[in-house]
Design a protein around this ligand. Sequence first.
Ligand SMILES: Cc1ncc(C[n+]2csc(CCOP(=O)(O)OP(=O)(O)O)c2C)c(N)n1
Ligand code: SF4
Length: 250
Amino acid sequence: MEKIFGRSKGLTDVPFSFCPGCTHGIIMRLIAEVLEELDIIEDTIGISPVGCAGFCQDFFSCDFVGAAHGRAQAVGTGVKRALPDKIVFTYQGDGDIAAIGTQHAIHSAARGEKITSIMVNNAIFGMTGGQMAPTTLEGMKTSTSPYGRNIGTNGYPIDLPKLIANLEGAVYVASVSVDSPKNINQAKKAIKKAFQVQQAGLGFAFVSVLSTCPTNWGLSPSDSLKWLRENMMPVYEMGELKVAEEVKSL
Ligand SMILES: Cc1ncc(C[n+]2csc(CCOP(=O)(O)OP(=O)(O)O)c2C)c(N)n1
Ligand code: SF4
């Protein structure tokens, strides 16, 4: 019988330990499939952050280096510069990359570091109990904003891909979602492109993936997907936000 689906070689045998309905697992599967399809598992070094996203190092079968909270891109910069023939990627939550790690997100993009960064945006700090993050939506209730994010006191949400797309060194920037099979396919295409950019040695590649956190959102897995679709996707600009001229021919 023809085998039409199997566990990617880019993943270890360790079962995902995420809460039911958390889409971290879908995003990791997509990255693992891309590593396998591009035949780069053995050549890849992932940089893991702090947070639920940080469990990624247990699940991918490539090499990994752990970074302190928010510093994955700084570590990734060092690894890539020391080992330019390796494929280096960071896998970071929105709290990690858009709060404590903002400077590294901006400066690694501005420097055009030849790494691939994946941001998993669930609009809160997941692991620590659902606190408000820079990505929390206006009016969104979190454990530290029980009356909803107030723009007057808390400021506006940061659309990090939009910010990064404005920087010269970033050559590929996309914002995708994994709320439906169609969007999962699109997300995989963007992730693949972000790795191909690095294979071609072109510059900084960044993909933001909208993700669920049913536990801290207080919603069922299916309601979380609906909430993401109805509330996050209209706020965050979706699609390929930047495809530099040299990337178009890939
Ligand atoms: C320097 C430092 N500050 C704070 C923390 C506490 N901390 C651990 S995980 C985390 C939030 C992670 O949230 P996010 O990056 O959005 O990832 P998620 O858990 O949602 O995947 C924080 C603040 C820490 N470990 N180190
Ligand atoms: S706390 Fe949220 S981000 Fe962390 S595993 Fe659970 S659902 Fe996923």
